[in-house]
Write a protein that binds this ligand. Structure first.
Ligand code: PMP
Length: 406
């Protein structure tokens, strides 16, 4: 259980901000999360005292930064229970991680007529890289549909799989609906057919325990900024057996062993996939964010967020003008809705003036919106540092919206 929420909120300086003179209510955690002081402080400390480009220096600061960067890799490895730190590649975020796989895995293993499977609820980041690959390789993208509760139609998956299927790439949790997908079922089915699986963990890593060995996924992608770390950081976990077989993604410094005009050879994992100067101080910040989460306990975080989800859903249900999108049995702390038949943008703008930050629009899931035949929703997404009192403010805000629009 999370105790002393007041103290926890003090760990996040931005939460005591005001917006338009009103105390900030931050309900846009699915878009990005706020950062605890430990993250801000360690990055500040490195920039002020130990900023030296990593891996290739002999000097004090380069050594310190390299040690911090590689410690962060170990922290990530332990957090997701990868079997080796060679399987942890630092990227710029979930988008960067998925593009890496689409490009490198796609280059080697996908050919004309082959098939990739995604789902209908994917974020654009888990659609467009595959479309680009399919266009390049004349391959085919197939789509797992979802039902109107926002749950994947698992019984349709076997008929989508064929001997041409090269990869299945699905989200662990939907950013627009909050659905927690049964990825174990998908991974089990895929592996029975010798098909590797990539999991987009952008919305899951901060909410529930992820153990990549237990899940047995082949790739797992997530962003640092959604787990209380800095922007521009992320991770691609990949099974060593796949990463070893995949060609480099980008060329440049660090990813090589020897460069000559006759023949260039490449570095070992994970460096083969980390061309150029990485965001090493960002990665150190992400490591500190993960340590913060570990100290609180991901189970405690899940419990607190579940309570907020249940409370928010119950309170919002009291409005007869509300329509929920995403009513799956298993959900993370994301509530997507339309209110009073209003354009989500109008609702969001009024809430904003009351200091309440929600997201409005398609949430980068246009095919999902198309399925519901809507142009967007209002989305409130909670983190463990949110409170029931803040949810009450959202309810008061919606009462004002209702009054304003009649
Ligand atoms: N997938 C999902 C499910 C997401 O929610 C997001 C971010 N909204 C992404 C991918 C992309 O993450 P990023 O922009 O951090 O690369």
């Amino acid at each position: 259980m999370i105790q002393n929420i007041k103290k926890i909120r003090e760990d996040f300086p931005i939460l005591s901000q005001t917006a338009y003179g009103k105390p900030l209510v931050y309900f846009d955690n699915a878009a990005t999360t706020q950062k605890p002081s430990t993250v801000l402080d360690i990055m500040d400390e490195y920039y002020k005292n130990y900023n030296g480009n990593i891996h290739r220096g002999v000097h004090f600061m380069s050594d310190k930064a390299t040690a911090g960067f590689e410690k962060a890799r170990k922290t990530v490895q332990k957090f997701i229970n990868a079997s080796s730190d060679r399987e942890i590649i630092f990227t710029s975020g979930t988008t960067g991680s998925i593009n890496l796989v689409a490009s490198s895995f796609g280059e080697k293993f996908v050919g004309e007529g082959d098939e990739i499977i995604v789902s209908e609820m994917e974020h654009h980041s888990n659609i467009v890289p595959w479309q680009l690959l399919c266009e390049r390789k004349k391959a085919v993208l197939k789509v797992i549909p979802f039902n109107l509760k926002g749950e994947l139609e698992y019984d349709k998956i076997p008929s989508l799989i064929s001997e041409k299927t090269k990869l299945i790439s699905v989200t662990h949790i939907s950013n627009a609906l909050g659905t927690v997908n049964d990825i174990r079922q998908i991974i089990g089915l895929a592996h029975k057919n010798n098909i590797p699986v990539l999991i987009d963990g952008a919305q899951a890593i901060q909410h529930l325990k992820v153990d990549v060995q237990e899940l047995d996924c082949d790739f797992y992608a997530f962003s640092g900024h959604k787990i209380y770390g800095p922007t521009g950081t992320g991770v691609l976990y990949g099974k060593e057996s796949w990463l070893e077989k995949m060609p480099p993604y980008q060329g440049g410094g660090e990813m090589i062993r020897k460069v000559s005009f006759k023949k260039t050879t490449f570095n070992d994992l994970p460096f083969k996939f980390e061309a150029g100067t990485p965001n090493y101080i960002g990665a150190i910040g992400m490591g500190a964010a993960i340590e913060y989460v570990q100290n609180l306990g991901i189970e405690n975080i899940a419990e607190a967020e579940n309570e907020l989800l249940n409370y928010g859903t119950k309170k919002l249900s009291e409005f007869e003008e509300i329509v929920f999108y995403g009513t799956a049995e298993k959900k993370a702390s994301v509530i997507s809705f339309l209110f009073n038949n209003l354009n989500p943008y109008d609702v969001g703008t009024i809430l904003d003036k009351l200091g309440i930050a929600v997201r409005t629009g398609t949430h980068c899931t246009e095919p999902l919106m198309e399925k519901f035949n809507i142009t967007g929703t209002v989305r409130a997404s909670f983190a463990f540092y949110n409170t029931k009192e803040e949810i009450d403010k959202l309810i008061e805000g919606l009462v004002k919206v209702k009054k304003l629009f009649g």
